[in-house]
Design a protein around this ligand. Structure first.
Ligand code: PLP
Length: 395
């Protein structure tokens, strides 16, 4: 059985052939250090500029607004810690949401231990942050608001523009973790009142270990890594030139087909949701039906463990993910699913499928068939399911 259907594109994406080809010369013959003044170095410096321009083109900003990092986690850490430390004399209050990625949540915890006060906003049952709730949480000592653009587990797209406009007359810096959104949907930080935006290359068919932080005009952010003068003294360390070149190309390619891909994936996503909802009993969709990432399907199934189904699907050549994370050997259900109000049983019975532009209807049909079989098999082994059915029969 050689078939592989990769439906875990929120975890990472396959590097595209064109991206890899663009990177190859910088791994072989163009190996110079961009800081060197001879030609081999200068070529690399030019390559960095090209990538900066390619990314800036997608965000409709200037190339100098883009700072290269090692990925989403570093960008989030830089944004949060940088603003917190540099504005500590103006206040120590930070607002975020309860369903952020751990790169933000755990950075907030780190800051909390250092005397910052964190307000974690509740979300509604579909995972939306309510701008009105955010407005009420704002204080004169609020220095930073960090709300993700789109959720990595349930695909909820936050009202970023609305949040940006409500912060217009407040001095707090607005950061958004756009790791799941960049390259997938249009983002205009300059127009939307976003000051800082994090992104990660491996989520849009670029290489891993590479990302960037957008820093808006006039936003004062201190350097995060100290050392050499790279990235205009803001982020020291020899640049990951092949990675950055690949990321630039991936950004450019992502922008070209964005609208068509979005439409195509939305229709496949909705087809998949419809099939599951009508063909597999006792399931529910997690997250919204509208304002949802085009490639995200997250469903909970009663009387099964998500992880068991992931393993069963893997045996059929399907890569997917249960929304649970393992910590210290203990299987813990997803904080996102708990925060949208799911009981533990449904949070543990969740599965996330994230499509890409190569996913076909045939892939979805095959996956739904295999999913049906796996859920049925797994439920048959669950004595609680048998008692539930018996109880239903009596009624
Ligand atoms: N933020 C979000 C929303 C993510 O989904 C991820 C990765 O899954 C990250 C941050 C971290 O990005 P990276 O893997 O580039 O460190």
């Amino acid at each position: 059985m050689n078939r592989r259907i990769y439906l875990d594109n929120a975890a990472t994406t396959r590097i595209s052939d064109e991206v890899l080809e663009t990177m190859m010369p910088y791994l072989r013959e163009e190996y110079g250090n961009p800081s060197s003044i001879y030609d081999l170095g200068a070529d690399n410096k030019r390559a960095l500029l090209t990538a900066r321009k390619q990314i800036a083109g997608v965000l409709a900003c200037q190339p100098q607004n883009i700072y290269f990092t090692s990925g989403g986690t570093e960008s989030d850490n830089w944004a949060l810690i940088g603003i917190a430390e540099s504005r500590a004399d103006q206040g120590r209050h930070i607002i975020t949401s309860r369903i952020e990625h751990h790169a933000v949540l755990n950075t907030c915890k780190y800051l909390e231990k250092r005397g910052y006060e964190i307000t974690r906003l509740d979300v509604d049952e579909q995972g939306f942050v309510q701008p009105e709730r955010l407005r009420r949480a704002l204080r004169s000592d609020t220095i930073l608001v960090s709300v993700m653009t789109a959720n990595n587990e349930i695909g909820t797209i936050q009202p970023i523009r609305q949040i940006g406009s409500l912060l217009k007359n407040h001095p707090a810096v607005f950061h958004t973790d756009a790791v799941q959104a960049f390259g997938h949907m249009p983002l205009l930080p300059g127009q939307w009142g976003v000051d800082l935006l994090s992104a990660s290359s491996h989520k849009f068919h670029g290489p891993k270990g590479c990302g960037f932080l957008y820093v808006g005009e006039g936003v004062k952010l201190p350097p995060f890594l100290h050392g050499g003068k790279q990235e205009r003294d803001m982020r020291a360390g020899t640049e990951n030139v092949p990675g950055i070149v690949g990321m630039g190309k991936a950004a450019e390619l992502a922008a070209v087909q964005m609208k068509n891909r979005w439409q195509r994936q939305t229709s496949l996503r909705d087809y998949m949701i419809h099939r599951i909802e009508t063909e597999i009993p006792y399931c529910r969709l997690n997250g919204p039906r509208q304002n949802r990432l085009a490639n995200n399907v997250n469903m909970s199934f009663s009387y099964v463990e998500g992880e068991t189904i992931v393993i069963m699907l893997d045996m059929e050549g399907i890569c997917t993910s249960s929304a649970s994370a393992c910590s210290a050997g203990q299987s813990e259900s997803s904080h996102v699913l708990r925060e949208i109000g799911l009981p533990e049983e449904l949070a543990k019975g969740a599965l996330r499928f994230t499509l890409n532009e190569e996913t076909t209807r045939e892939d979805i049909d095959y996956t739904v068939e295999k999913l049906k079989e796996a859920v049925e098999k797994s439920r048959k082994l669950n004595p609680r399911y048998a008692s539930f059915l018996k109880l239903n029969e009596k009624r």
